[in-house]
Design a protein around this ligand. Structure first.
Ligand SMILES: CC(C)(COP(=O)(O)OP(=O)(O)OC[C@H]1O[C@@H](n2cnc3c(N)ncnc32)[C@H](O)[C@@H]1OP(=O)(O)O)[C@@H](O)C(=O)NCCC(=O)NCCS
Length: 198
């Protein structure tokens, strides 16, 4: 399938309609959503989230978008990885802390895995693969990511994938998650530095 990637232990492939069941479970899990948002109701995943992932296949170049992560061998769904035009709120507001340059010609990486898959290096493995794809195949000038400052696991994944902290942004959320007062961190890698280091 165009856009597929095989990592050491996973197949990353574009979403299909058949992924609805596990995607609903993933986005409905309060532990998974702890640093992201309230758990997402099943009807929203079916009407909004999955259709948006499916539409990307027609709208974005192959290799860019959100990708189901399946354990290899076996095919068990572990979660997803994203490599997509920047869309997170913190990245949309990066200009307010002088970071508009990092979001230009950039792709945003992201990930969401089931708790049973945590702590085994999967997020690092998938993110490294998509960072490489961003700079080698997708022509990105920068890779960017954002997470809550208190999401230590996510920050560590980004650091291990070669991104560095560019800044911290305080956002006045209408219904803030615990820890939001510490802000959102923005991480970046640029093409020249990445090529030099790899
Ligand atoms: C964030 C997440 C993707 C990390 O996935 P993972 O596969 O467990 O990450 P890895 O195994 O690749 O670990 C990467 C590093 O983070 C560390 N780490 C993982 N979980 C951690 C935790 N809860 N606290 C502190 N460090 C943690 C690991 O020890 C490792 O660092 P090390 O090699 O220096 O020891 C996973 O916890 C997740 O899906 N969380 C819910 C969704 C989410 O928060 N997504 C990010 C939103 S921005």
């Amino acid at each position: 399938m165009p856009g597929e990637a095989i990592t050491e232990r996973m197949l990353l492939r574009p979403f299909t309609k058949a992924d609805l069941g596990w995607l609903t479970a993933l986005h409905g899990d309060p532990a998974v959503m702890r640093f992201i948002d309230s758990p997402v109701p099943a009807e929203v995943v079916a009407a909004v989230t999955l259709p948006a992932f499916l539409r990307e296949r027609g709208e974005l170049p192959a290799g860019v978008g959100h990708f189901a992560a399946l354990r290899e061998p076996g095919g068990e769904a572990l979660g997803w990885f994203g490599l997509a035009p920047p869309s997170s709120v913190a990245l949309q507001r990066a200009g307010t802390i002088g970071l508009d340059h990092v979001v230009s010609r950039a792709l945003e990486v992201g990930y969401r895995l089931f708790p049973g898959a945590w702590g085994q290096g999967y997020a690092t493995e998938g993110t490294r693969t998509l960072v490489r794809r961003a700079f080698t195949d997708a022509g990105a000038g920068n890779v960017v990511a954002t997470t809550m400052s208190v999401n230590v696991a996510s920050r560590r994944v980004l650091e291990k994938a070669g991104l560095t902290l560019a800044g911290t942004l305080l956002i006045d959320w209408p219904d803030p998650l615990d820890g939001a007062e510490h802000g959102e961190v923005i991480y970046t890698a640029n093409r020249q530095d990445w090529l030099r280091a790899s």
